[in-house]
Design a binder for this molecule. Structure first.
Ligand code: CA
Length: 230
């Protein structure tokens, strides 16, 4: 999962981005409304944390522009504590949720988990694929109840595929959603990571669909899917 943080307070931006990275997300950062708008308009984020009070272009205008252009990613806005009107404007502009400043980082993390979960159509924080269970709250993965340790990149890949279980995920999409902007991206490394995941999981949870991408089958549908188009 790849997220964007748009916040002009550099300390706060760093705190949020660091917490998100620790939680296993790839994170890009922007410090004003213009840069934030551009990134959100051109990169495929899984969710965005957007401050409302921004230099160059305010958060409401940025959000409206994204929605007008058909950008549908979940957006969590950061509002000033005592400005109820910001929340109303934010929701009307297309926000999915808000957190008022000052906030506890845990709240941002929990709200983003909820947004990502809903966007992918999951009811709970635990993703299940056959014997594999992944808890998005703790980052814990088990196979038949036994915990498995992953590197952060391996975890990101598994979490992304499991979030999109039942759909064939193209390699190019994985690359776009796994790495932040500054990362030297190479879609060949995805194959290597999938190989490592399979080895560590020890079960046949990830299928290769030749020429198309990878698929984590949904229980009981035998690997076929009605959501295979992107
Ligand atoms: Ca601000």
């Amino acid at each position: 999962m790849r997220l964007l943080v748009v916040e002009d307070d550099r300390d706060l931006n760093r705190q949020i981005a660091t917490a998100l990275e620790k939680a296993g997300y790839a994170v890009d950062r922007a410090y004003d409304g213009e840069d934030g708008w551009f990134l959100g308009d051109t990169e495929p984020y899984d969710a965005v944390v957007l401050d409302i009070g921004l230099p160059k272009r305010d958060g409401i205008s940025v959000l409206e522009a994204w929605r007008r252009a058909g950008r549908a990613m979940p957006v969590l806005i950061l509002t000033a504590r005592d400005r109820w009107s910001e929340k109303v404007q934010g929701f009307d502009a297309g926000a999915d949720d808000y957190v008022a400043k000052p906030f506890h980082m845990e709240e941002i993390l929990a709200r983003l988990r909820a947004l990502l979960r809903r966007a992918a159509g999951h009811a709970t924080n635990e993703l299940v694929a056959g014997p594999v269970r992944l808890d998005t709250r703790t980052g814990r993965v088990t196979v038949n109840g036994a915990p498995i340790k992953f590197t952060s990149h391996e975890y990101r890949l598994l979490a992304y595929l499991m979030h999109h279980a039942g759909r064939i995920v193209p390699r190019s999409e994985i690359v776009e959603h796994l790495y932040d902007q500054d990362f030297d991206r190479d879609s060949n490394t995805i194959e290597v990571f999938v190989g490592r995941l399979r080895k560590k999981l020890g079960v046949d949870a990830i299928q290769t669909v030749r020429g198309l991408g990878y698929l984590v089958p949904v229980e009981g549908d035998g690997g076929s899917s009605d959501k295979s188009s992107r």
